[in-house]
Design a protein around this ligand. Structure first.
Ligand code: ADP
Ligand code: MG
Length: 676
């Protein structure tokens, strides 16, 4: 069996299972092998009952003291029992396990593993996993992969398929040059796949992960450099000349630009008027006012009789930009003739849109990256702006080059990247930084709390809603059962409906929803028809709903500080005071300490740096730092050193250019970054 074979070729994977795998983006065995665990279950020593605290995920050893009481309520059978470790007791609740009586017997000792609930004095455990003493001993200190799942597909099923794939498959060939592998002491590709899925110990896992992260960065950088080779320092075919429009626009704006915005606008203007084509990245913290710079650049472009395009990563965001450009055009009498081009237009609407683009009737085109990939033919596209760019502009540069266009490229990003790393990732892209927030902002008020604070938080959110404001609640998972001990959007939204009065509108949003559905929800939230939006981190990107004043993040300990900072950028965008509540389900002191950095600073760069400094080598998994720079496994903060090495290796490799076929293939195959 070859790695390129369909997932169905595995034993035990039928049509139904295959379609479940398909939902996770896994069609071939190769895809499966790249479906890395999201974490590992470590079966640690059991914890004495007196040390239990709500929110802790742990194993407890105890004797079943009495019988099992079962009661039926509707379709639910609830069984309760009590265990003791000699000094303390713990009550357990199980749902719909009718055969529990056959599983555990009074007087016998078992290990129960789950999340502690209740309060500190009377801890409880709901639906814990049950192990015999010997069975648990066997698992102790091993690392069991925990895969991202989807409803109907169990971790066990993925694990089984993975074992089969690894043992039966050929075509898992080494493609990195020996020289590079030896120099950076990287394990072989096959070993690293085995090590990431089924590590025998932590050292093996670390080695495996390092190699796979290296691959990802290395291939990314090589691709990036190759695609840029031809596009850098292209003569500027249409140097723009300054017009009165931008000056007039700035005079009419209700605010004056910050000094940082002024400086960056000068830099962008100089590029557009200069000798070579612009290739510039604007980095600015959330809320620093990047959009207005983009609009100025587009304005200069259309005032020169050329077309400009603005790309956003999501339809919702594209729509939002288009709306605000339309409003400004009307309010300030700007020469924009906007068109919105997104995937959800009907065929007829698309045709009309293409016609307006080709004829030049539309001079500013806003949309998703469909803008430059689809059949759109531009009359004279001169500038492409990319907002909240995840992918460093590689794809569109390639697409543009493919269309034979020497356009100016302006990339805007809110992800704070230390300069040294930015240089590796962006190569010779010029970088401008907006390092100042508008003066009239009220700083967001933050608090870091444990799960015991939830009730208070809900009351607070209720108060804000009564004042006419809106709230976000962020959960790390989409649906039940994806990962033990983590809150999921679907169940959480249901739970909130029982907490808040009926008139409070609650909806959920996540990446697995259909585009049209996401759009509907976001629009309803934007209009204020939804009061509380329970969402995964999909809302992290650029959304602007100034009326939302509260953000509550569940399982905050699972996010990197830089990502939490991005998330909180969704509030504090209007005139009202905004609040952020970070709920940690681990009361561990170092976790609370780490999260408290967010309370002390509002500076994205500082926060990213602090996080990096604090993180020990033990925190390898589970926390993704750079939310929007979604590599599959690598993390530019956490793996900064590997990134540096990969950058170095890529430079050497490109100079010497000893390319094997396998490597050539790896470079050519689409890089699959994945947003979470
Ligand atoms: P981001 O950098 O996160 O994309 P935006 O461009 O969306 O930020 O700007 C956030 C808000 O700040 C917008 O409502 C915008 O009108 C406003 N804004 C931008 N620049 C200034 C400024 N110099 N003074 C006051 N408000 C500003
Ligand atoms: Mg923005």
């Amino acid at each position: 069996m070859h790695v390129t074979a369909e997932i169905r070729s595995l034993k035990g994977v039928g049509e139904k299972t295959a379609s479940l795998f398909g939902k996770l983006g896994i069609d071939t065995i190769q895809d499966l092998l790249r479906h890395y665990p999201a974490g590992y279950d470590t079966f640690r020593d059991t914890v004495p009952m007196r040390e239990l605290a709500p929110g802790m995920f742990c194993a407890v050893r105890g004797v079943l003291t009495g019988g099992i009481a079962a009661r039926k309520g509707g379709r639910l059978t609830v069984s309760t029992c009590r265990i003791s470790d000699g000094t303390d007791t713990l009550s357990l609740t199980f749902f719909n396990i009718p055969y529990l009586k056959n599983m555990i017997k009074p007087g016998e000792t078992y290990i129960f593993r789950g999340t502690v609930s209740g309060n500190a004095d009377t801890p409880k455990m709901e639906q814990p996993a049950v192990y015999g003493v010997e069975a648990y001993e066997k698992l102790r200190d091993t690392l069991q992969p925990r895969y991202p799942l989807t409803g109907g597909l169990t971790n066990h099923a993925v694990t089984k398929a993975m074992r089969q794939a690894l043992s039966l498959c050929d075509g898992i060939d080494e493609y990195l040059p020996d020289e590079i592998r030896q120099y950076y002491q990287l394990t072989s590709y096959r070993e690293s796949l085995e090590g990431i899925h089924f590590p025998e110990n932590e050292a093996m896992l670390r080695q495996a992960r390092r190699r796979l992260v290296f691959d990802e960065f290395f291939l990314f950088i090589v691709r990036l450099r190759k695609s840029r080779e031809c596009s850098i320092r292209i003569r500027n075919p249409h140097p723009l000349t300054e017009t009165a429009d931008t000056v007039r626009f700035l005079e009419r704006l209700p605010y004056t630009l910050t000094d940082a915005q002024k400086r960056v606008w000068e830099e962008v203007k100089a590029d557009l008027q200069g000798e070579t084509v612009m290739n510039r990245l604007i980095q600015g913290d959330v809320g620093s006012g990047k959009t207005v710079i983009a609009i100025l650049a587009l304005l200069l472009t259309v005032a020169n009789g050329c077309q400009g395009a603005m790309m956003a990563p999501t339809e919702v965001l594209a729509r939002q930009h288009c709306e605000s450009i339309r409003e400004m055009t009307a309010a300030y009498g700007l020469p924009f003739r906007p068109a919105l081009l997104t995937g959800s237009l009907t065929a007829k609407e698309k045709r009309e849109c293409y016609r307006r683009i080709e004829s030049g009737e539309a001079n500013v085109i806003i949309g998703t990256h469909a803008l430059i990939q689809e059949k759109a033919v531009y009359r004279n596209l001169t500038l492409v702006v990319t907002d909240e760019q995840h992918r460093f502009g590689v794809r569109q540069r390639e697409a543009l080059a493919g269309k034979g266009m020497d356009t100016h490229v302006l990339v805007m990003s809110a992800t704070p990247i230390p300069r040294t790393l930015a240089i590796i990732l962006y190569g010779d892209l010029h970088i401008s930084v907006i390092d100042e927030l508008p003066r009239d902002r009220l700083p967001i008020k933050n608090c870091v709390v444990d799960t015991g604070y939830r009730r208070k938080a809900y009351r607070f959110i209720g108060g804000e809603i009564a004042k006419g404001r809106q709230a976000y609640v962020i959960c790390p998972m989409v649906e039940e059962g994806e990962m033990e001990g983590l809150e999921n959007v679907t169940a959480y939204a249901e739970k909130l409906k029982t907490v808040f009065p009926r008139q409070v509108q609650i909806a959920c949003l996540h990446g697995r929803m259909k585009a049209a559905e996401k759009k509907r929800i976001m629009e309803a939230f934007g209009k204020g028809d939804i009061d509380i939006l329970v969402s995964t981190t999909v809302i992290e990107v650029g959304i602007n709903v100034p009326n939302a004043t509260v953000m509550m993040v569940e399982n905050a300990e699972r996010f990197g500080l830089a990502q939490l900072h991005q998330l909180r950028g969704r509030v504090g965008r209007g005139k009202e005071q905004s609040y952020c509540i970070f709920v940690s389900s681990s009361g561990a002191e170092h976790t609370m300490e780490r999260l408290s950095v967010l309370q002390k600073s509002n500076d994205g760069f500082l926060i990213a740096g602090e996080d990096l400094r604090r993180r020990g080598p033990g925190d390898l998994f589970g926390i993704r730092q750079s939310g929007s720079l979604a590599f599959r496994i690598g993390d530019i903060y956490q793996d900064a050193k590997v990134l540096q090495e990969a950058g170095e290796a890529a430079d050497r490799f490109l100079k010497e250019g000893a390319v094997s076929d396998a490597l050539e293939q790896a470079i050519a195959s689409p890089v699959d970054f994945r947003s979470i």
